[in-house]
Design a protein around this ligand. Structure first.
Ligand code: ASP
Length: 374
């Protein structure tokens, strides 16, 4: 019997859909199952954990192999230097835009206004650590310990969340819906204006074709919340749908999945303001400067795995002298925010790849302009 006769009709239809549609259907089914079965749906959680652990296990070899393949297929060392410089400059410029948009939206929509949270004082950073110690601390001597410590922070956070919601109830939940809305809005604005604008104005490419071409990577990013885990799909989209050469895609994308996190930068910017508003703290110019600096550094230092940005939020808050309880306030909704920021992170990597590819004559216009993307 052939495969098509053994599969039922709806299933046959499903496997014929493009990857991104299959993923979104899976996501919707997951949400439906969660709503239908409530706490019992937790039984399925180990499958997700297994999947994410598999992603984490793959990251180092994945990034390493993609980079080696990218660099070796370029050969010309002067070209590699030029591409590296362009990549870093575009990553930095778009991150600066991201932090600014995050702060702008946070200040404009004031999602934390009226929450009247009171910091207990015990978690509030008594004294912000010096800039040098933050910079030095960004590079962990032992990444394994860093991850382990990260988990401990997360565990503390989840012990705290229940208390926050329990004692403040619905008044806390409504602004949380507000902050989700503001972060999604800022993310969409960043992707459309900054990425669409750069592609259209700088590279003279049709942004619509770009978004069409990267849809599979965005769907994977949205559902896995891991830009490193999305890397293979990003590389495939860049090559098959955008027409970027193997060398440029293989070099720019792994670097981006590791250091370029515009979505995370937007998130840090909005949340720093949200938490200051929620705790009625008037920010000084110095605190603003600290937020801009640490949000940028945190976005660079964030690992491309689920929940990493939340840990970095602790660093931004500490540096700006804001209450760490803010992390607990956000922890419960962080996954929803992670989906948005990871999608922006991946879109940013792909946009940079397209710009670099175009400027190096490493982008096949016929492939990019084709309307029938996979
Ligand atoms: N989950 C994000 C990513 O993989 C990182 C973050 O948590 O901000 O891109």
């Amino acid at each position: 019997m052939t495969q098509s006769t053994t599969l039922s009709a709806p299933l046959r239809l499903l496997v014929r859909l493009p990857l991104w549609q299959q993923i979104l259907i899976g996501l919707a089914l997951g949400v439906a199952a969660g709503m239908a079965f409530g706490a019992d749906a937790q039984l399925l959680a180990p499958i997700g954990t297994l999947f994410l652990n598999a992603i984490k296990m793959l990251i180092v070899p994945l990034v390493f192999v993609s980079l080696v393949a990218g660099i070796t297929s370029m050969q010309d060392s002067a070209k590699i230097g030029r591409i590296s410089l362009k990549t870093i400059i575009i990553y930095l410029v778009t991150t600066a835009f991201a932090v600014s948009i995050g702060l702008l939206f946070g200040a404009l929509f004031t999602p934390g206004e009226g929450m009247n949270m009171v910091a207990s004082g015990s978690e509030q950073a008594k004294q912000a650590p010096s800039l040098v110690s933050i910079l030095v601390g960004l590079v962990p001597a032992n990444p394994v310990t860093a991850f382990a410590e990260g988990n401990i922070l997360q565990i503390i956070v989840f012990a705290l969340t229940a208390g926050v919601v329990g004692s403040h109830g619905a008044e806390v939940l409504l602004p949380l819906a507000g902050v989700i809305g503001v972060i999604y809005l800022a993310s969409i604005a960043h992707v459309l204006l900054v990425y669409g604008g750069l592609l259209g104005l700088l590279a003279r490419l049709n942004p619509l074709r770009f978004f069409q071409g990267i849809a599979p990577a965005l769907a994977v990013a949205f559902s896995t919340s891991s830009s490193s885990g999305t890397l293979p799909v990003s590389i495939e989209c860049a090559r098959k749908n955008l027409g970027v050469s193997e060398g440029v895609a293989g070099f720019v994308l792994p670097v981006g999945a590791t250091i370029n996190m515009d979505g995370t930068a937007i998130y840090q910017g909005v949340l720093a303001l949200f938490i200051a508003q929620a705790f009625d703290i008037d920010l000084s110019a110095g605190q603003y400067a600290m937020i801009i600096l640490t949000a940028t550094l945190a976005s660079i230092g964030t690992a491309g795995i689920p929940g990493a940005g939340l840990i970095m939020l602790g660093l931004v808050l500490t540096a700006a002298g804001l209450p760490l309880e803010g992390v607990a306030l956000i922890a419960g909704i962080d996954r929803i925010l992670d989906m948005a920021r990871t999608t922006v992170n991946v879109a940013g990597d792909l946009m940079t790849t397209t710009l670099v590819g175009r400027s190096e004559q490493e982008l096949d216009r016929a492939v990019y302009d084709a309307s029938n993307k996979e």
